[in-house]
Write a protein that binds this ligand. Sequence first.
Ligand code: PMV
Length: 348
Amino acid sequence: NEVENGVVGWQSPSNIALVKYWGKRDPQLPENPSISFTLDACRTKTKMYYSPKIYPGNSLSFDVYFEGEKNEAFKPKIFKFFERIEEYCPFVRNFHFKIETENTFPHSSGIASSASGMSALALCLMSVEKELVGDMTEEFFNKKASFLARLGSGSACRSIEGDLIVWGEHDHIKGSNDLFGIQYPDTVHPNFKNYHDTILLIDKGEKQVSSTVGHDLMHGHPFAKNRFLQAHENLSKLRTILKEGDLEGFINIMESEALTLHAMMMTSNPYFILMKPNTLKVINKIWEFRKETGLPIGFTLDAGANVHILYPENDSVRIFQFIKDQLVEYCQNGHYICDRVGAGASRL
Ligand code: PMV
C-alpha cells in the first residue's frame, strides 16, 4: 500500500458512571460491570496528523500539542497507550504523528479528561486504520475504538457512543463483555431521556489519588469481593428501574454507588478522603431540598470532590433554579458546568 500523509479528527465526550468501575485486573479488565451516561458538553477535540516516517525505525514517534502549545506532560501516558495498542494497530510504528488536542472544559477543573481524551485518541487511530485498510463497518469501527480506548483508560471505552453504555460482563445484559463498551440493549423509559448533569466544581486541584492507584487499592481490599458482587446486583436492579422509569429507585442506586466508591477509598490502606467539606454541604442541601419538594434530584461523585447533580428534563427548570440559588456558592470561584446526556463522539 502506498502510504500518504493525512489528518483525521474526532471530538469525544466524557461520561458519568451510575454503577462505578473501581478495581481492575491486567490488561485493564474490570472487576465488575459498570454503566454510564455519555455526556455532551465536556469533550476532548483531537486532531491527528500522520506522515510516513522518513527514517523507518522501530521507535514510536509523535508530538503532542495541548491547547496550541507543545506538551511534554501527556507524552508518557500516550506512549504507554501506543505500546499497549500496537499489537492491535501495528501501523503505529510506521508513522510520525502530530497530535493536537484541546478540551471544551477548563483545564484545571478537576474534571477528569482521561475518558474523553483517550476515546478521542482511539477514534483517531481507527480513522487512520480505516484510511489504510479501506472500508470497515461502523459497528466494527466503534467496537474496536472502544476496545482501544479501554486500554488507554478503562472508563474511556464508555465514551464512544451514547447514551447509556455498559462495560463489563453481566449475566442479564446481552452482549455485555469486559473488552469494550456496548449501548445498553434493554428498554429505557422516557424519564431518562435528556437527563441533565450539572457538575459543581468544588475543588479544582490536582487529583489526590490517580485512578491507577485507586484501582490498585482494590487488590487485597477487605471489602472487594462484596463490592464486586454488589455492582452486579445494582446493575440488575437498575435494569428494572430503567424500564419502569422509577426515578426514586434510580437516585437510590446512583447515590449509593457514589458513596460506596468513596467508602472503598476510605477503607483501603493507604486510605483517602476525597470529599471536601463543601461536597458534604452540597449533598446535605440536595437531600433537604428533595425531602421538601419531592423533586427527583440526585447526585453522584467520581474519584474526587466535585459533585455531579443528575435530574430529568421534566423538572429541570425548578431544579436548576435551586442549584443556582443554593448550591453554586459552594463551588470554587462559583464555577460549574451544565452538561446533559449526549449521543457520543463525532468527527471533526
Ligand atoms: O478510567 P479510569 O481508570 O480513570 O477509572 C475511572 C473510575 C471512576 O471514574 C471513578 C468510575 C467510573 O466508572 O467511571
